[in-house]
Design a protein. Structure first.
Length: 96
């Protein structure tokens, strides 16, 4: 299991704490694996989710650090979304 994924799950859990994200989302990170977020938090997993956001590791790290806005990443083609766009937008506002 990738250290990058474990650290990313920790960061996502911090960002989600106190938030009300009640759906499920998956970050599919190229050549690394996947992280699933739901009401119980973030974990390294490849479970099915309401929406899947796919990006390379560099883009994902920039989104997590706040250097790159998730919406901007999507608009520039660095982040692809498959599934419920409303959930993706809700997640973007939680991560911002």
């Amino acid at each position: 299991m990738s250290d990058i994924l474990e650290k990313a799950a920790e960061v996502l859990n911090e960002k989600l704490s106190g938030g009300d994200f009640d759906a499920s989302a998956k970050f599919a990170i190229a050549d690394q694996g996947s992280i699933v977020l739901d009401a119980s938090g973030a974990r390294v997993s490849d479970d099915d989710a309401d929406v899947t956001l796919s990006a390379d590791a560099d883009t994902f790290e920039q989104i997590l650090s706040g250097e790159l806005n998730p919406t901007g990443a999507f608009m520039s083609g660095k982040l692809s979304v498959d599934g419920d766009m409303g959930i993706a937008m809700k997640l973007a506002s939680v991560l911002a």
